[in-house]
Design a protein around this ligand. Structure first.
Ligand code: ADP
Ligand code: ZN
Length: 622
């Protein structure tokens, strides 16, 4: 084996068809190839897989044998293995979904030394049978590397904690000379410390990437008719695209999916209340079919490595910034532009506050949860760069969005603000005038606006000095004021009827010592802003700048890809990513050599599909 064939850059080009490493990939890879331990923190879509796959290939070619990848995501192993085999890398998985005969076949491949990568679930890795096999490989010097994916699962602080991950400390004790790499997209310091401690990675070199997702466009809109707003967003900006819509409750998931389907948008529900078979079927269809919208609770998403999720929409407020970042992070793993869209309103603030207040947790826990919610609310209410705020939360300083095409809403259209101090004082003093009686937001607004409702009559609120003092502002403005007052903690929401109560800090606002600036609601409906929708192709998925010929070639390549993927029982993106097809459609190469230049076309794929692709392109060029 020549030394060039094991150089990481050569493997990147030849096997994966990519021209250059991203970020710290090359340093991480060199470190592992040389036998060091590593902890890799990188955002979703950052390219973690190559960080262990290339060392695995390089070390296997150098005669060092098998790389074992520990992953909790059994449902996705098949596709990961499929993607490697498509690229010409011999890989397999061992998990509970295999028959005994299949297990034996994989074990034979593993013991023969031919296998480059083996994906296993943690509970399988630590069985006596598996450990005995690894011992045997180790004795022959054929155990090359351990990669522990989703390493945050070892942390009891997170939501993804897996008991089985704790047993992985055996690897260090049993195979001291075998390098280990732990990888995660969870950013916080607590989790990181836990990973190092529990997996005995004290001597590992830490590679911590920026958590910026430059291709995600963050946008948070004021909720007025959430479903209609969502529909407009989908129709105008994401016709035909795959995406995820998050809702808080199972009921809302079902209703929203039904409603979208009735509007002609292919949508499927997913939540923990569905039976396992139906859940699997929906996940499978989302991964395999083009352009499906998954309407889901947070039960959906961990490890979904579908690269072409073009948007993540939130119809309800997530619990905190960590959740928001993780959920929105499932968009745009392929690096192409993607949207993180959220509709947010008064009811969201009220609900999330109440969920914390009414949870059975102890006060300390509740205080932490409230603090985290506050941070998310200030992101939602922000007038300045969302991206910078998001990163600041994770301890990273960054400048506001640079590239205009991927900028957040606030950078693209700096919001105008209005001084809401007077309005806030009116609202607070109205709550004060209610005295010992408590009322909800609706009644408060009615009183401020001077409406003659039954309730106003019943409680004699016409007589209040605050009756009608807010007639100059429409209801929506008042809701924004109340939302802000609740978000800032000047008003508290109580009890079954969501009644409002003053908090001590309201005094400073009432005295005019705290000023309040609110975002000016935009006159135009949200949406139609990129002006690109009109130029999109029939399928809605062609990038706006494509001409008719390019769009036709792209459509032809996509239908070719669907057929190949179906034949191989793999998701379409495993055959080729959208980005690769877009480049092929644009450049319309006429020779294999020219095709090989396109990013994502490795040697094996060129050999397997090159001629077919040239034929498809030729048929649609001329
Ligand atoms: P992560 O596991 O960190 O979320 P992946 O490993 O799935 O990310 O990589 C995200 C996408 O980026 C994949 O589609 C991968 O093929 C692609 N990718 C990774 N590294 C590179 C690179 N150096 N050049 C081009 N594409 C890359
Ligand atoms: Zn910005």
């Amino acid at each position: 084996m020549s030394s060039d064939s094991i150089s990481p850059a050569a493997i990147l080009r030849e096997v994966f068809g990519y021209a250059a490493f991203r970020g710290e990939q090359d340093e991480i890879i060199d470190h592992l190839v040389a036998g060091g331990d590593a902890l890799v923190l990188m955002p979703t879509g950052g390219g973690k897989s190559l960080c262990y796959q290339i060392p695995a290939i390089a070390r296997h070619r150098a005669g060092k044998g098998l790389t074992v990848v520990v992953s909790p995501l059994i449902a996705l192993m098949h596709d990961q293995v499929g993607a490697l085999e498509e690229a010409g890398v011999h890989a397999a998985c061992l998990n509970s979904s295999l028959t005994f005969a299949e297990v034996q076949r994989v074990e034979r491949e593993m013991m023969s030394g031919r296998l480059v990568l083996l994906y296993v679930a943690p509970e399988r890795l630590t069985t006596p049978r598996m450990l005995a096999q690894l011992d045997a490989l180790r004795a022959r010097g054929r155990l090359s590397l351990f990669a522990i994916d989703e390493a945050h699962c070892v942390s009891q602080w997170g939501h993804d904690f897996r008991e089985d991950y704790l047993a992985l400390d055996v690897l260090h004790a049993r195979y001291p000379g075998v390098p280990r790499v732990a990888l995660t997209a969870t950013a916080d310091a607590l989790t990181r410390a836990d990973i190092v401690a529990r997996l005995e990675l004290g001597d590992a070199r830490a590679f911590i990437a920026s958590f910026d997702r430059p291709n995600i466009r963050y946008r948070i809109v004021e909720k007025n008719d959430a479903r209609r707003q969502l529909l407009a967003f989908l129709r105008e900006e994401h016709a035909g695209d795959a995406g995820i819509v998050y809702c808080l409750s199972r009921k809302k998931v079902e209703e929203t999916a039904d409603w979208l389907a009735a509007q002609g948008i292919p949508a499927l529900p997913y939540h923990a209340g569905m039976d396992a078979g139906r859940r699997r079927e929906h996940q499978d269809r989302f991964l395999r079919e083009d352009g499906l919208v998954m309407v889901a609770t947070i039960a959906f998403g961990m490890g979904i490595d579908k690269p072409d999720v073009r948007f993540v929409a939130h119809l309800d407020l997530p619990r905190n910034i960590e959740s928001y970042y993780q959920e929105t992070g499932r968009a745009g793993r392929d690096g192409l532009p993607a949207d993180a869209w959220m509709a947010y309103g008064l009811a969201d603030v009220v609900n999330q506050r109440r969920m914390i207040d009414e949870s059975p947790a102890d006060e300390t826990f509740k205080r932490i949860q409230r603090g985290k919610l506050d941070a998310l609310l200030s992101l939602a209410e922000a007038h300045d760069c969302r991206r910078a705020r998001l990163l600041a939360y994770f301890g990273e300083t960054s400048a506001p969005c640079a590239a205009p095409q991927n900028a957040c809403d606030n950078c693209r259209h700096p919001p105008r603000t209005w001084d809401a101090t007077e309005a806030a004082r009116k609202a607070l003093s109205c709550v004060y005038r209610f005295g010992r009686q408590r009322f909800g937001a609706t009644h408060l607004i009615d009183v401020l606006r001077g409406k003659q409702t039954e309730k106003v009559a019943q409680f004699g609120h016409r007589g209040l000095s605050t009756f009608g003092i807010g007639a100059d502002l429409p209801d929506a403005r008042w809701r924004a004021v109340l939302r802000q007052l609740i978000a800032l903690g000047h008003l508290r929401v109580e009890g079954e009827f969501n009644t409002l109560e003053l908090v001590e800090s309201a005094r400073a606002v009432l005295r005019g010592e705290t000023r309040l600036f609110l975002r000016q609601p935009s006159e135009k409906p949200q949406g139609k802003r990129r002006g690109a929708s009109g130029a999109r192709g029939e399928s809605g998925r062609a990038p706006p700048s494509m001409d008719a010929g390019e769009a036709a070639r792209l459509a032809a390549l996509k239908s070719w890809r669907v057929a190949v993927a179906r034949e191989r029982n793999l998701p379409a993106y495993v055959v080729f990513h959208d980005a690769a097809l877009v480049e092929m459609a644009r450049q319309a190469p006429e020779t294999l050599a020219a095709l090989a230049e396109i990013s994502g076309v490795g040697a094996k794929k060129l050999e397997a599909y090159g001629r077919d692709i040239l034929r498809v392109l030729a048929e649609h060029t001329g």
